[in-house]
Design a protein around this ligand. Structure first.
Ligand SMILES: *[C@@H]1O[C@H](CO)[C@@H](O)[C@H](O)[C@H]1NC(C)=O
Ligand SMILES: *[C@@H]1O[C@H](CO)[C@@H](O)[C@H](O)[C@H]1NC(C)=O
Ligand SMILES: *[C@@H]1O[C@H](CO)[C@@H](O)[C@H](O)[C@H]1NC(C)=O
Ligand SMILES: *[C@@H]1O[C@H](CO)[C@@H](O)[C@H](O)[C@H]1NC(C)=O
Ligand SMILES: *[C@@H]1O[C@H](CO)[C@@H](O)[C@H](O)[C@H]1NC(C)=O
Ligand SMILES: *[C@@H]1O[C@H](CO)[C@@H](O)[C@H](O)[C@H]1NC(C)=O
Ligand SMILES: *[C@@H]1O[C@H](CO)[C@@H](O)[C@H](O)[C@H]1NC(C)=O
Length: 450
């Protein structure tokens, strides 16, 4: 049973959690392996060509003379690297008869979590049987987003421009292929691998979602739109609640945020207090522990300076740690942000709709947090409903037989009073405008009319 079979089982059967805590520890967290720093020194493990040393490839553009400070992971070694933003790590090889002087490396340990692999597609039936589309602007995330919107579990890309969605657990039915078979560049982003001819590269459609709820003991959470650059004006929340956990370790294995107003925060899930904040100036440099079983991850982006975002691995520990205070234990690399935020949640219940009004944690002003948008949407719907109701009532107003009920005299104000008195008839009582009932003299509500 290989790595991904195991992780898929875990995803499908959450009760089987805790079997394996290293599930999400890949050597790469970027889709093109730009962060690969492993030690594979031939193009594939079986019958691969040996790589040349970067400190000896002076006839080529990439060598340690040109990049003496370890840029792109180059150094006095011959390990596969991706210093030029290609679709995967590669290395120079001793030129052979076809004058091929470099090759992509097939590195089994370098597959970002959520990249399920490269598979054969004989088309009949295809590995994913949901909807599909083609686009000459295809990127991995445009495909994943489409599949996620349609509630598919998997997204697959082929030949650089085709996107397929599906829930087919048997996507391996035609067999797996070397990762280098899936290195056709995406038409919309030449640094991303988008499958190949008869080869589909598969992704979990949760990658790059804006928000989610995690209860697994270990997982990787990516910034919204990953591996594309994150969108503007995002405000995303992920809850991480692992029952029985005594602490959680967080490791930002990849972090690319340049704008000081774009940020990632961890909040105490219970008190909504900000535990730590990272932004364009303050990058995470070590992993750290939080002694909680409930943490909220928050991401915010403003309207400028997009970047690729982050990948964070969390790992919950179940064993009881005695004698430790029930707050953050240790935070080696950042100052603890003492400012407590006010994530006050006012839930107001009407007969049909629960709307939640909230302020966002220490968010720069001028942007709405996601939950407020829902609240406003709910109010907008209610408003529209009320307007429609009023319009209908106007029609019925034309009937002279409309009589004024006696039970709600306080609403009685001229012609509009009659409308509202109908509106508030006990049998059809709508309680979302209590103000209207309580203060009959306040008729500035646009719903009341002239
Ligand atoms: C690759 O690395 C292994 C172990 O580190 C070493 O034994 C082998 O000689 C290396 N091969 C090349 C071509 O450098
Ligand atoms: C390149 O680095 C390797 C490993 O440190 C070393 O053995 C080799 O002599 C170096 N080559 C040159 C030209 O410096
Ligand atoms: C996460 O849980 C909350 C509360 O149970 C729910 O409202 C929200 O829709 C969930 N989010 C996702 C992405 O499932
Ligand atoms: C965090 O992740 C990086 C990259 O995978 C790894 O090298 C490092 O060892 C991890 N740190 C801890 C404390 O697990
Ligand atoms: C976090 O906690 C684990 C388990 O208690 C421990 O092994 C690890 O060293 C801790 N890491 C840090 C950075 O404190
Ligand atoms: C955090 O850990 C570092 C070493 O890892 C230690 O020097 C420091 O005292 C610790 N701080 C707290 C508040 O425990
Ligand atoms: C949170 O809001 C409440 C009322 O909205 C206010 O009384 C309180 O001072 C606020 N707390 C902080 C830390 O801003």
């Amino acid at each position: 049973m290989d790595f991904w079979t195991v992780s898929l089982r875990i995803l499908l059967f959450p009760s089987a959690l805790g079997l394996c805590s290293d599930l999400f520890h890949s050597e790469c967290y970027t889709v093109n392996g730009a962060d690969y720093r492993g030690t594979q020194n031939q193009t594939s493990l079986e019958n691969g060509k040996p790589c040349l040393f970067w400190n000896e490839t002076f006839q080529h553009p990439y060598n340690t003379l040109k990049y003496p400070n370890g840029e792109g992971g180059l150094g006095d070694h011959n390990y596969c690297r991706n210093p030029d933003g290609d679709v995967s790590p590669w290395c120079y090889i001793a030129e052979n008869e076809d004058s091929v002087y470099w090759k992509y490396c097939d590195i089994p340990s370098c597959k970002m979590p959520g990249n399920l692999g490269c598979f054969r597609d004989h088309g009949n039936p295809p590995p994913l049987t949901g909807i599909s589309e083609t686009s000459n602007k295809q990127t991995i995330q445009t495909c994943i987003s489409m599949c996620r919107r349609q509630r598919y579990k998997f997204a697959g890309l082929e030949s650089g421009f085709a996107c397929l969605c599906g829930n087919n657990e048997d996507y391996k039915k035609h067999g797996e292929a070397p990762s280098t078979d899936c290195n056709s560049v995406c038409f919309g982003d030449h640094t991303q691998p988008c499958g190949g001819d008869g080869r589909i590269i598969l992704f979990d459609s949760l990658i790059g979602a804006c928000g989610g709820n995690y209860t697994m003991e270990s997982a990787v959470i990516y910034s919204p739109d990953f591996p594309d650059t994150y969108g503007t004006g995002k405000a995303c929340y992920w809850t991480i609640q692992v029952p029985g956990a005594s602490a959680m370790n967080f490791n930002f294995t990849f972090f690319d945020i340049k704008d000081s107003r774009d940020m990632v925060e961890l909040l105490d899930g219970y008190t909504k207090q900000v535990l730590v904040r990272f932004d364009g100036r303050n990058h995470p440099s070590h992993s750290f522990n939080v002694s909680l079983d409930f943490v909220i991850l928050y991401f915010f982006s403003d309207r400028v300076n997009q970047a690729q975002g982050f990948a964070v691995v969390y790992q919950a520990f179940k064993e009881r740690v005695v004698g430790k205070p029930k707050t953050i234990i240790n935070q080696t690399q950042t100052e603890l942000i003492t400012q407590t935020t006010n994530l006050s949640i006012n839930a107001a219940r009407s007969s049909k709709i629960l709307y939640v009004i909230t302020t966002s944690p220490s968010r720069p002003t001028g942007h709405m947090p996601g939950w407020t948008v829902y609240a406003l949407t709910a109010l907008l719907i209610l408003t529209i409903l009320a307007i429609i109701t009023k319009a209908l009532l106007h029609v019925s107003m034309k009937s002279p037989r409309l009589s004024s009920p006696t039970s709600l005299d306080s609403c009685h104000r001229g012609s509009t009073g009659e409308i509202w008195s109908i509106f508030y008839k006990p049998s059809t009582s709508i309680s979302i405008f209590p103000k209207k009932i309580k203060s009959p003299h306040d008729d500035r509500n646009p719903l009341v009319g002239e």
